[in-house]
Structure formats: structure tokens, C-alpha cells
Design a protein around this ligand. Structure first.
Ligand SMILES: Cc1cc2nc3c(=O)[nH]c(=O)nc-3n(C[C@H](O)[C@H](O)[C@H](O)COP(=O)(O)OP(=O)(O)OC[C@H]3O[C@@H](n4cnc5c(N)ncnc54)[C@H](O)[C@@H]3O)c2cc1C
Length: 346
């Protein structure tokens, strides 16, 4: 490809939106969108909703059909990971052995479900991040008579609701006093707790899980005072970590997310990061934050496009009370926030 081409790594909503925004914004150079998942870009929020509840096929959740990518002239490569590269020579290595040059590189590598040490996914232990996870979990839920969910955040709560609707006996263990404690006010958390309990979910709030034992035919999660919950299936929903593996291999600066400035520029020339993987400056409160939601990923992708085409309003730095075109916050790490998602019916 020509060296003015744009390579976008990650076929989630951030990467997909960035590729589409390049074309709608009139960019005529090569655009390559690479993702290690085997599917066309799809709507991840459906995983804990329709996919779990109805077994919806990934084809029903696509952001755009194949014809749309073809007509837009976007080179979409699925089932291929970018494994490394060299930002000085603007080259990338792919898992299929191929190499690729770029003019600009956009890292939209998203996030991963936070794993508990020693608790690897398997027939009795599930995490939920991608379509394969959701399809596997759905299959197990159809068989499981009982499920224990660790975490009453958004994903844990949605998994609990879906499991109860599918007929399983559900126990949720959450150390915080209410569900969704980091994203909604207590009054809404209380309402959700009441709804879940009304649906038959055994919601153990303010409880820290103890020792977890995984046996071939069941899992057991220790509770205070020597009690335990025994279930057919354990779903671990204890948060998300940014996927910074490729950025680290490219020696791009990372600190709980890929550090970028107001124009999404990372620490290497012509490298950008957007979406769940990016740690961006907070123009209102200072410091930096990571967004973990669908709308923010879309917004960042569109804004990145505007910035890269020089139609970007100059960034504002906290406290400066004036505009600045310098990388005013990329080196400032704290205070750090994570903005989690709102419920999205898609
Ligand atoms: C089950 C679930 C339900 C959710 N529900 C909601 C909701 O209701 N509302 C809401 O606002 N948000 C929701 N979210 C969050 C929302 O989906 C994410 O914030 C959003 O998808 C982030 O998009 P992204 O493109 O940044 O990253 P991702 O969607 O994570 O996409 C990143 C992609 O990059 C790929 N990748 C990573 N590294 C490489 C590499 N080296 N080479 C090639 N490919 C690579 C990954 O495999 C992945 O496909 C939900 C998330 C989950 C998991």
C-alpha cells in the first residue's frame, strides 16, 4: 500500500467508525481495517442482551454488511491480528506472516474482560467480551441449572438477568453495597436490586467472594462464615482492562490505556489511539480518563477524523483558559477516571 494509507487495528465500533468517517470525510487514500475476530464489525452491546437471551446470530448484529465495506473501498481484513511492527519505519507484522506499511496507524484495540488470577475460562468458568464468549455462554446457560455471577456491574447484572430469564437459579456476589455502584446513583441501584430480586436472583451485596473451586461438574464460591455457593456455571464480570498489548510491542507509551493527547496522538509519530484502549485528556477536570462505552468510542473516532483532516477545533487545556495546539495533557496521568457505559438497546 502507499505510505499515505491509513491502517486501523481493531474492528470494534471505534475502528469501524474511524474507517467509515475517513470515507465520508472524503479521504481518497488506502484505508485498511484489521481485526483478529473472524467477524465483520458488529455491535458488541448485543452480546449481553439479544445474543444471550435469544442466541441471535452475529450476522444480525453487524454494523454494516460486507457490501458496504466493499463499496466504501475499505480493505477489511478479519481473523488477522497485528502482532508487532516498527513505528520508525511505519511497518506492521501480521499474524498471517504478511507485512504492511502505513502512513497513519490508528490503534482501536479495545479492551478485554478482566481475568481473576488462576481462574482461566473453561467449561465451568466464563468471561464475556466477544461474540465467541457470548455464544459459548449462551450454550452453557441453556444447560445450566444454576449460575453464580461475580460482579454486579453492568455486564454482571445483564448476565444475571438473562440467566434468570432462561430459567437458571442465579446468585450474584458483589462486594459493593448496591449493583452498578460506579455508574448510577444509589436510588437507581436500589431499584435494580429490587427488580433482580423480584426476578428470583439471589443478590448478595456487600459480600466478598472467598476461595473459588472449579470441579469437572460444578463450581463452588466461598462466602463469609464458611458458607459457599455451589453452581453449574461461574461467570466472572469484574471489569474491563484496556488491550494495550500491541501498543506495548510498538513501544508506544501506555499507562492503563494508550496515552494520547487531545487529537488522539500517541507517543510515536503518526500513531493514534481511540476507543476503549485509549487514555485521553479530561478537558473539564484535568488528568486523563478512559471511556468504556459505545458512544464515546464512536465520538472519539469521528473527532479523530476531524482532527486528522485539520478540521479539529484547537484543544483546550484545563486551567489554561485558552486554546493550545501543544500536547498539553498526554504526559499528565492523574487523576485518572474510567467512564463506563450507559445501557444501549442495540
Ligand atoms: C457484553 C458487553 C455489553 C456492552 N453493552 C454496552 C451498552 O449497552 N452500552 C454501551 O455504551 N457500551 C456497552 N458495552 C461497551 C462497548 O461495547 C465498548 O465500549 C465498545 O465496544 C468499545 O469499542 P472499541 O472499538 O473501542 O473496542 P472493542 O469493541 O473492544 O474492539 C476492539 C477490537 O480490536 C481487536 N484487536 C485487539 N488487538 C488487536 C490486534 N493486535 N490485531 C487485530 N485486532 C485486534 C479486538 O479483537 C476487538 O475486536 C458493552 C460491552 C460488552 C463487552
Amino acid at each position: 500500500m502507499s505510505t499515505d494509507g491509513v491502517v486501523i487495528v481493531g474492528t470494534g465500533v471505534a475502528g469501524a467508525t474511524a474507517a467509515l468517517a475517513l470515507r465520508t470525510g472524503g479521504f481518497g487514500g488506502d484505508v485498511t481495517l484489521i481485526g483478529r475476530e473472524p467477524h465483520l464489525p458488529y455491535r458488541r452491546p448485543t452480546l449481553s442482551k439479544d445474543v444471550l437471551l435469544t442466541g441471535m446470530a452475529v450476522e444480525k448484529a453487524l454494523i454494516k454488511p460486507q457490501t458496504h465495506w466493499d463499496e466504501a473501498g475499505i480493505g477489511l481484513r478479519t481473523g488477522v491480528a497485528v502482532t508487532g511492527g516498527d513505528t520508525a519505519s511505519h511497518t506492521l507484522e501480521l499474524s498471517d506472516g504478511a507485512g504492511l506499511e502505513y502512513g497513519s496507524l490508528v490503534l482501536a484495540t479495545g479492551g478485554a474482560a478482566r481475568h481473576l488470577p488462576g481462574l482461566e475460562p473453561g467449561p465451568r468458568v466464563k468471561y464475556l467480551r466477544d461474540f465467541a464468549d457470548a455464544a459459548g455462554l449462551r450454550d452453557e446457560l441453556e444447560r445450566a441449572g444454576s449460575v453464580v455471577v461475580l460482579g454486579a456491574g453492568l455486564i454482571g447484572s445483564e448476565v444475571a438477568s438473562a440467566s434468570a430469564k432462561l430459567g437458571a437459579k442465579v446468585t450474584v456476589i458483589e462486594p459493593a453495597p448496591l449493583p452498578l455502584v460506579r455508574v448510577v446513583p444509589p436510588s437507581i441501584g436500589e431499584r435494580l436490586a429490587a427488580l433482580q430480586r423480584g426476578a428470583g436472583v439471589d443478590l448478595l451485596l456487600g459480600v466478598r467472594p472467598g476461595e473459588i473451586t472449579v470441579e469437572p461438574d460444578h463450581v463452588a464460591v466461598g462466602l463469609p462464615a464458611g458458607a459457599a455457593v455451589v453452581a453449574d456455571l461461574l461467570v466472572v464480570a469484574v471489569g474491563t482492562t484496556p488491550d494495550t498489548g500491541l501498543a506495548e510491542r510498538l513501544a508506544v507509551r501506555v499507562d492503563d490505556g494508550i496515552l494520547v493527547d487531545e487529537r488522539y496522538r500517541a507517543s510515536a509519530d503518526d500513531v493514534y489511539a481511540i476507543g476503549d484502549c485509549a487514555r485521553v485528556p479530561n478537558p473539564l477536570e484535568g488528568g486523563t480518563y478512559r471511556a468504556e462505552n459505545w458512544s464515546a468510542a464512536q465520538d472519539q473516532a469521528r473527532r479523530w477524523r476531524r482532527c486528522s483532516s485539520a478540521r479539529c477545533p484547537p484543544p483546550r487545556c484545563r486551567g489554561a483558559g485558552r486554546t493550545s495546539s501543544v500536547r498539553c495533557s498526554s504526559s499528565r496521568v492523574g487523576p485518572r477516571r474510567t467512564t463506563r457505559w450507559r445501557w444501549t438497546a442495540r
